[in-house]
Design a protein around this ligand. Structure first.
Ligand SMILES: Nc1nc2c(c(=O)[nH]1)N[C@H]1C(S)=C(S)[C@@H](COP(=O)(O)O)O[C@H]1N2
Ligand SMILES: [Mo]
Length: 425
């Protein structure tokens, strides 16, 4: 508990002497000056703490800054142009990820694109091939959507466990997921403008980065909720997130949200690009492959207590976490504090939005013994986050994407927390 007794206590005598020194001409500019004055007067305050009510604070500035003690950071796992950085999930409050902490995954680095040079081409099976400038896009009706983006490779160290997995924080383990408010024009608006032919089934979305990353997307997603986004959390999209324009496919794997979007080609078949043949396709145990695995299934993760936190005491603790589903809203998160024997409903923080991160809480009394904490999400389609065993049964051990199985945190007797074994779930 925080000590609420006022920090700087002046005795009646010291206050009188302070005012006397002001009257006497001494200029007191700051509270610490005031304290110095006191010392020079030979009076020692009971406790020296900066008192912000005794001095004027700083004036306004053109750009805000974080409080000095609140310096959150992305965790850069690989700083190369094809690297990634992860969001500090354990420090997140609510559902929005601050833009400068949104995770990054690039295949050829962040390109420099001047907004005045930007062009988006829509061609192929259309009545009218069209080119849009950034200003053209901004003249269409604006639409916003708060949703998560998650790299489908997120959490690989939880599925393919190594010695280091045990001591990974939520950020290091699962930080390739973030949530923003994205704003732009509905893709359906642009497709209507170009006149998509009725036989069209797929479109290619291509980025103008060094990777020329491209993916084939079913046209239905455009009619559903796809967005051509130019803004993120109230300002232009950040360079790392695709400035000036990215494709946003709510609920679908991160790789399909093509950044630095420059071209969309409409066709009656998928294009079989590098990103859907050599990557983002999963071998299955029956020797077939899972292709175009777009939707991110429901997932949840306890972010507190988690490694590297050490519980200092037994007693009441509030378990906190995040849950999300690419199919819609999270309807339930259950928490187990006894290695999966019993499950209890957690409290979901309002508002619970579709295809969006939702935070949850559960009050737990730790008896000081060894145990394992787990969470399990259910979404509005009735889909329940699977156990590791259930996922391995359908996907096999060779899979490289979509690791949404239940996470376990083992609580040791001394309060240390470790990523638990998948086999215990
Ligand atoms: N043009 C382009 N688009 C891209 C990528 C890329 O490298 N180039 N990376 C993809 C991958 S794999 C993911 S997970 C997301 C990451 O989006 P973010 O960096 O904004 O978090 O963008 C996708 N879109
Ligand atoms: Mo990704």
């Amino acid at each position: 508990m925080k000590d609420l007794t006022p920090g700087l206590k002046f005795s009646r005598r010291s206050l009188m002497m302070l005012s006397a020194s002001v009257v006497g001409g001494a200029l007191i500019k700051t509270a610490s000056d005031a304290i110095k004055v006191e010392h020079s007067n030979g009076i020692i305050p009971e406790k020296v703490v900066f008192d912000p009510t005794k001095v004027l604070g700083a004036g306004p500035s053109t750009l805000g800054k974080r409080a000095p003690n609140e310096q959150l950071q992305r965790y850069v796992v690989d700083a190369s142009p094809s690297g990634n950085s992860r969001s500090p999930l354990q420090d997140m409050v609510g559902m929005i990820t601050p833009s400068d902490l949104h995770f990054e995954r690039h295949h050829g680095g962040v390109p420099q694109i001047a907004p005045e040079d930007y062009e988006l081409l829509i061609h192929g099976m259309v009545e009218r091939p069209l080119k849009f400038s950034l200003n053209d896009l901004k003249r269409f009706p604006q639409h916003s959507k708060i949703c998560f983006i998650e790299c489908s490779g997120n959490g690989s160290k939880s599925y393919h466990k190594t010695a280091e997995s045990e001591t990974m924080s939520p950020q290091a383990l699962d930080g390739l997921v973030s949530t923003s408010e994205w704003t732009g024009v509905r893709l359906s608006t642009l497709f209507r403008e170009a006149g998509i032919q009725s036989a069209a089934k797929w479109f290619l979305a291509e980025g103008s980065d060094a990777a020329v990353l491209s993916r084939s997307i079913p046209v239905e997603k455009a009619w559903d909720d796809a967005l051509v986004a130019y803004a993120q959390n109230g300002e232009a999209i950040r360079p790392e997130q695709g400035y000036p324009v990215r494709l946003l496919l709510p609920g679908w794997e991160g790789n399909t949200h093509v950044k630095w979007l420059r071209r969309m080609e409409i066709a009656d078949r998928p294009f079989m690009t590098r990103e859907e043949t050599s990557k983002y396709t999963d071998p299955l145990p029956d020797c077939t492959a899972r292709l175009f695995s777009f939707v991110m299934d429901a997932k949840s993760l306890i972010t507190f207590p988690a490694f590297p936190y050490i519980l200092p005491d037994k007693g009441w603790w509030e378990i906190k976490g995040l849950a999300w589903s690419g199919r819609g809203k999270i309807t339930k998160v259950e928490v187990s504090t006894d290695t999966g024997r019993h499950w209890h409903p957690a409290e979901l923080a309002e508002p619970v939005l579709s295809k969006c991160q939702t935070s949850f809480r559960f009050l737990w009394k730790w008896n000081g013994g060894e145990t394992t904490l787990m969470s399990r999400a259910t979404d509005e389609t009735g889909y329940i986050q699977p156990t590791f065993g259930q996922l391995v049964k359908v996907r096999g051990k060779g899979t490289a994407y979509h690791y949404n199985h239940i996470r376990a945190w083992k609580i040791l007797k001394d309060g240390q927390v470790r990523l638990g074994l998948n086999e215990m779930i």
